[in-house]
Design a binder for this molecule. Structure first.
Ligand code: OOG
Ligand code: NI
Length: 467
C-alpha cells in the first residue's frame, strides 16, 4: 500500500480520543456533567475576555477548547506496557518523561504517551498517563505471586487489535477501514468490566495490600480511570462543582492562581463507588463495590527550565512543610493562603521569568525588521529583543507533575489509603519493560526554544550576510 492512502496517525488519535470521550460519558454520567460545566465556564471566560479569545483563535482551535487533553490507565505487566507502546505509536503518541510515584506512597511508575511535535499537538493533544504496577514493592510474597499469575494469564488486547498493530508496523500505516476498526478494537482494552476476575476474598487481600493493586489485578483490563478536559478557569470550575452535584477533591494540585500561569494545575471530582460482582467458588456471583473512576480538569502554563522547576519544587515543598492539604478539605483555605504566599518568590511576569532563565519561550521574528537590523544585532537574540525585532511567547507545558499526580491518585484511593514505600525510582527498569527510552522533557523543550531562536536569526540576517 502506498503511504498516501494511509490515514494519518493524528486523525486516528483524534478519532480514538472522541471515542473514549463518548464511551466514558456513557459509563460515568458524572463525567458528562463535568464536561458540560467546563464548556459553560469556558464560554463565559471567553465572552469576558475577547483578548484571550483572539489569542486562542490564532494559536489554537477555539471550537475544540473544551475537549479532552488526557486520560489515565494502569497496567500490570511489562508485556502489557510494551504492547501499549506499539498501540500508541500507531496513533502518533510516544512516551515522554518518567514519573516515580513510589515516593508518594503509590506502587507504580509511569510515563505519558503523547504527540510530540507542535502540529500534532495542535491537531489533537490527547495523551495517556500510563502507570505500571510495581508488584515487587509489595511485602507479601504469596500475594505477589498470586497477583503475577493472574496478570500473566489475562489478555487485554483483542486479536484484531494485535493484528492491526502488526500490520501498521509492517506497512507503515493503516488505511481508512483498518484505522476505523483499529479504534473500535482498541476501545475494548479501556472498557469498564463490572465483573471482577477474582473472588471477593482475594479482592479483599489485594485491596488490603494497596487499593491500587486491587484496581489493576482484579479486572479483565486496564479500564480508563479518568479523562481530563481543558478549562480556561480552573478556580471557577472547582468552586462550581458542588452546585452541579459533583464533589471536588479538597484542593487544586500544582501552583497557585497567577497572572503568568506556570506548569500545570489540575483537580478532579472524587472517584465513585461502583457496584461490581465477584465470582464465588461455586460459580455464583456476589455483589460488592469498587472505587476507581473519576473526572479531572486541567489548566496549563509555561514549561519551566530545570532552574525554574527546581524553584517550583522548592516552593511547593516549603508550603507543604507549613501545611499539608487534608483530604477532607478542612484546611483547604489555609493551604491555598500558604501556597500563594510562598509562591510570591516566583516571578510573575514573562520578562522576569525569561530573564532569570526560569521558563522556555518560543521566539518569533517580526517580519518588517527583516534586513533592517545591523549585523551585530542580528547575531544576538537579546539585542534583537531589545530592538523590538523579536517577540517571545511562553512554550506550554505538555507533561505532568509527580507530586500532583500523587495527589490525584491519593484523593481517588480513599482518604485512609496513605501508605509509605521506600522511594525507588527505576527509570532504567521501566524503559526495559517499555521497550524503549522515554523522551527527556527538558531536552525537548530546550530544543523547541533553540530552533525558534535559530529561525529568528535566519530571518533577520542582513541581506549582505544571507548568501
Ligand atoms: C493517574 C494519576 C495521574 C495526572 O493527571 O496527574 C494523572 C492515575 O490515577 O492513574 O492522571
Ligand atoms: Ni490526570
Amino acid at each position: 500500500m502506498k503511504s498516501g492512502t494511509f490515514t494519518s496517525s493524528d486523525v486516528i488519535r483524534a478519532s480514538f480520543s472522541a471515542a473514549m470521550s463518548s464511551m466514558y460519558r456513557t459509563e460515568v454520567p458524572a463525567y458528562g456533567t463535568l464536561m458540560s460545566l467546563v464548556a459553560e465556564v469556558n464560554s463565559k471566560t471567553l465572552a469576558a475576555s475577547p483578548e484571550l479569545k483572539d489569542q486562542l483563535q490564532e494559536t489554537d482551535t477555539l471550537d475544540r477548547i473544551s475537549e479532552e487533553r488526557h486520560g489515565a490507565i494502569r497496567v500490570g505487566t511489562p508485556e502489557e506496557l510494551s504492547m501499549l507502546r506499539r498501540v500508541f505509536a500507531v496513533m502518533g503518541m510516544y512516551p515522554v518523561g518518567y514519573y516515580d510515584l513510589s515516593e508518594a506512597g503509590v506502587p507504580v511508575h509511569s510515563t505519558a504517551f503523547r504527540p510530540v511535535n507542535g502540529d500534532a499537538l495542535k491537531i489533537n493533544p490527547f495523551r495517556v498517563f500510563t502507570s505500571l504496577l510495581r508488584l515487587n514493592l509489595i511485602g507479601d510474597t504469596g500475594l505477589r505471586k498470586k497477583a503475577r499469575a493472574i496478570l500473566g494469564a489475562r489478555q487485554i488486547f483483542t486479536d484484531k487489535a494485535i493484528t492491526l498493530v502488526e500490520k501498521a508496523e509492517a506497512e507503515g500505516g493503516l488505511g481508512a477501514d483498518d484505522a476505523q476498526t483499529f479504534v473500535s478494537e482498541i476501545l475494548e482494552t479501556f472498557r469498564w468490566h463490572d465483573r471482577a476476575s477474582v473472588s471477593s476474598p482475594l479482592y479483599q487481600r489485594l485491596h488490603d495490600a494497596h487499593r491500587l493493586i486491587a484496581d489493576v489485578v482484579s479486572f479483565k483490563g486496564p479500564h480508563i480511570n479518568h479523562l481530563t478536559p481543558r478549562t480556561l478557569d480552573i478556580d471557577a470550575v472547582q468552586d462550581l462543582m458542588p452546585e452541579h452535584g459533583i464533589s471536588p477533591k479538597a484542593v487544586i494540585e500544582g501552583p497557585p492562581t497567577r497572572a503568568c500561569p506556570i506548569l500545570l494545575r489540575q483537580t478532579s471530582f472524587k472517584a465513585l463507588e461502583e457496584s461490581v460482582s465477584f465470582q464465588n467458588s461455586d460459580g455464583t456471583w456476589e455483589t460488592g463495590s469498587h472505587t476507581a473512576r473519576f473526572g479531572e480538569i486541567e489548566q496549563r502554563g509555561i514549561a519551566l527550565t530545570p532552574k525554574g522547576r527546581a524553584l517550583y519544587d522548592r516552593l511547593l515543598n516549603d508550603t507543604r512543610k507549613i501545611i499539608r492539604p487534608a483530604a477532607d478539605g478542612s484546611n483547604a483555605k489555609a493551604y491555598i493562603t500558604a501556597l500563594s504566599d510562598t509562591f510570591k518568590a516566583f516571578p510573575d511576569n514573562w520578562a522576569d521569568i525569561r530573564r532569570e532563565g526560569l521558563g522556555y519561550f518560543r521566539y518569533s521574528a517580526i517580519e518588517r525588521f527583516a534586513g533592517r537590523v545591523t549585523a551585530r544585532e542580528a547575531a544576538d537574540i537579546e539585542a534583537l529583543i531589545a530592538r523590538g525585532a523579536v517577540r517571545f511567547d511562553p512554550i506550554v507545558y505538555e507533561d505532568f507533575l509527580p507530586v500532583s499526580a500523587a495527589g490525584i491518585f491519593q484523593s481517588n484511593l480513599g482518604d485512609e489509603a496513605s501508605q509509605t514505600f521506600v522511594a525507588s525510582p527505576s527509570q532504567r527498569e521501566f524503559e526495559t519493560d517499555l521497550g524503549t527510552a522515554v523522551l527527556d522533557e527538558f531536552a525537548h523543550y530546550a530544543g523547541l526554544e533553540q530552533a525558534s531562536i535559530q529561525q529568528c536569526l535566519q530571518i533577520l540576517r542582513p541581506a549582505a550576510l544571507a548568501s
